[in-house]
Design a protein around this ligand. Sequence first.
Ligand SMILES: Cc1cc2nc3c(=O)[nH]c(=O)nc-3n(C[C@H](O)[C@H](O)[C@H](O)COP(=O)(O)O)c2cc1C
Length: 179
Amino acid sequence: MNALIINCSPVKTGATAEIVNIIDKEISSRYNTKCICIDDYSFEFCKGCRACHSTAKCVMDDDILKIMDEFDNADVIVSVSPSYWADIPGQYKSFIDRCTPWCDTHEPHASIKEGKKGYSVALRTGPGMHECDRIIQSIEHFYGHLHIECAGHLGLTSIEYKENVEPRKQEIIDFCKTI
Ligand SMILES: Cc1cc2nc3c(=O)[nH]c(=O)nc-3n(C[C@H](O)[C@H](O)[C@H](O)COP(=O)(O)O)c2cc1C
């Protein structure tokens, strides 16, 4: 079974990356894991032209297809996202917008293989869980329209830098046992 773990932050060595590394280490005995960072890819913003509503294809040709190949190869997808202004970072939102050809609200639409499970991990610096909940909702909304089953989530508050992750390691390890 293949697991794709996504750093939804543009920071490749920050707190989000640290959590991705812990998840990778914890589940790699049970899955073939692949870690990617949204910043590894280059793609344009969705233009809102809706051509994909009738063609199931985007008018642009960039790295979105590479990311979707990674989704298609995975049985399990884990999105790890920090709060940027109380929601997912713009880079990950832009990626989701570009997934409109795969959205099940219009016919025809493109599709990835069925039967995938999706997990969400949200982190933020502030103390309240409400922002984590909003981030998880954004990711799970996306999963739903791609027929990725929402199988679990974790919210982590009071994390700003990667040094703040170590004291929370056990929470992350316990979550990994559910994947
Ligand atoms: C542009 C930006 C906006 C942020 N907005 C929030 C916010 O609204 N609420 C919050 O709790 N933390 C916010 N943070 C803090 C991040 O969620 C936190 O530092 C997280 O650990 C960043 O992970 P990263 O370095 O891997 O991207 C923000 C950080 C940045 C860079």
